[in-house]
Design a protein. Structure first.
Length: 358
C-alpha cells in the first residue's frame, strides 16, 4: 500500500516534538509565545492549594552573639561535623552588632550594614566589615573579598591578590586560598555557601531570581569540579536567609522565565493569601477592578527561591543530606535582617562569608 506524503504541518509538529523531548531531558521547556495562556489559566494548572501567608512563615532564628557584639548565624550541621570546624570559616551576618545608624531608629543601637550604600558612611561600613571578619575568623585583619554583584551567573576564581585589585564584577567566587573570606552581599536574595571537605575548596554564590534562572549555583559547582577536581560526593552546602516563599510574590514575567528553564517550575510556586486582619474585617474598602493575579487582594503567586536553589544543588550532584538551610525570611524578620522589600528599598546589606583557615 502506497504511503501518503506527510503534510508540511505534520513535519513541523514532528520536529517540534523531537525538540521538546531533547529540552525535557535537560530540564528545559520550549517557550510557546504564539498563544500564551493568561496568568489566571496558568495558575490553575499549577498547585491548586491556596495557603495563608502565616502558614508558610518560618520561626525567627536565634543568632550567636559574638564577643564583639556581632550577631551571627552558623550552620548547625557544619559546627557539629567532625573535623570541619578545624579548617572552615563561615557565617551569615544579621543587622546586629555594628556601628551604622543609617537604617535604624535614632535611639536604636548601631547596626551591621556591610554594603557601601549611598546612605551610610564609608568609615562605618569599613568598621562593620572588620567586626564581621573578627566574628567569623577571630581576627579583624582577615581579608574579605566581596563582589560587584549584578544578578548574573558569572563566577570567578579568587586569590589573595584579588583583594587589593578591587571587587570583581561577578555573582559568585571560588577559592582554595587559606586566610581569605569570600563574601556575598544580600538584602533579600538567596546566599549559597559550598565547601569541598576533601580538597578544601570553598565557594559563595549570590542567587536572586535572575541568577537562579541562569543556574548560577549549578554552574558554580561545575566550576569547582573543573578547576579544582572537586567531587560532588565530598561537597556540603548551606542556603542562608533570604526572602522566603511566604513573602516572595512574583509576576507573570518571572513565572515565564522559570517555566522556560525548569521542568519542575510548577513545584516552586504556590498561591498565597495574605490574610490582613483589616482587609478581612473590611473587604469592601479594598475592592479593585484589576484582573485576578494583579490585585493586592486575594491569592498571589509566590516563588520558593530557597527550594529552587536546593534543587539546583541536588541536580549538580550533591546529596540531599549535604544541603542545609539556615536562617529565616528576611522580610518577615526585618528586625533581625536587612530586607529590600520590607524597607521599600531603603536598607543595608548583610554578608554571607566562607573561607579556609590559615
Amino acid at each position: 500500500m502506497k504511503q501518503l506524503p506527510t503534510s508540511p504541518q505534520a513535519e513541523v509538529d514532528q520536529n517540534l516534538s523531537r525538540i521538546d523531548a531533547v529540552l525535557q531531558a535537560g530540564g528545559l521547556r520550549r517557550s510557546r509565545r504564539d498563544s500564551p495562556a493568561g496568568i489566571t489559566t496558568r495558575l490553575r494548572k499549577l498547585r491548586k492549594d491556596v495557603a495563608a501567608k502565616q502558614e508558610l512563615v518560618t520561626p525567627e532564628p536565634t543568632p550567636i552573639i559574638c564577643s564583639n557584639g556581632v550577631g551571627l548565624l552558623k550552620v548547625p550541621a557544619w559546627r557539629d561535623r567532625k573535623g570541619l570546624s578545624s579548617w572552615l570559616w563561615h557565617g551569615f551576618s544579621t543587622r546586629l552588632g555594628g556601628v551604622s545608624r543609617a537604617y535604624g531608629a535614632e535611639e536604636s543601637p548601631g547596626e551591621l550594614n556591610l554594603g557601601f550604600t549611598a546612605t551610610d558612611a564609608c568609615e562605618a561600613v569599613v568598621e562593620n566589615r572588620r567586626r564581621l571578619a573578627e566574628a567569623v575568623t577571630g581576627a579583624a585583619s582577615t581579608s574579605i573579598l566581596s563582589l560587584r554583584q549584578f544578578h548574573s551567573n558569572l563566577v570567578v576564581i579568587a586569590g589573595r591578590e584579588d583583594v587589593e585589585r578591587g571587587p570583581w564584577r561577578a555573582d559568585g567566587a571560588i577559592t582554595a586560598t587559606p586566610g581569605l573570606l569570600l563574601a556575598i552581599q544580600t538584602a533579600d536574595c538567596i546566599p549559597v555557601l559550598v565547601a569541598d571537605k576533601r580538597r578544601r575548596v570553598v565557594a559563595a554564590f549570590h542567587a536572586g531570581w535572575r541568577g537562579t534562572v541562569k543556574r548560577i549555583v549549578e554552574q558554580g559547582v561545575g566550576r569547582m569540579r573543573l578547576e579544582f577536581g572537586c567531587r560532588t560526593e565530598d561537597m556540603i552546602a548551606a542556603i542562608g536567609p533570604g526572602n522566603s516563599q511566604c513573602c516572595y510574590a512574583v509576576g507573570e514575567e518571572v513565572l515565564s522565565e522559570f517555566e522556560s528553564q525548569f521542568s519542575y517550575a510548577g513545584e516552586l510556586v504556590r498561591e498565597v493569601f495574605d490574610s490582613d486582619p483589616v482587609r478581612t474585617k473590611y473587604p469592601m474598602l479594598f475592592l479593585t477592578q484589576r484582573a485576578p493575579g494583579h490585585s493586592p487582594i486575594g491569592p498571589q503567586l509566590h516563588l520558593d527561591l530557597i527550594e529552587a536553589n536546593r534543587r539546583q544543588l541536588l541536580d549538580a550532584g550533591l546529596k540531599a543530606s549535604a544541603v542545609s538551610i539556615t536562617g529565616g525570611c528576611t522580610s518577615c524578620h526585618a528586625d533581625l535582617f536587612f530586607s529590600h522589600r520590607a524597607s521599600r528599598g531603603h536598607t543595608g546589606r548583610m554578608m554571607s562569608a566562607i573561607g579556609i583557615r590559615d
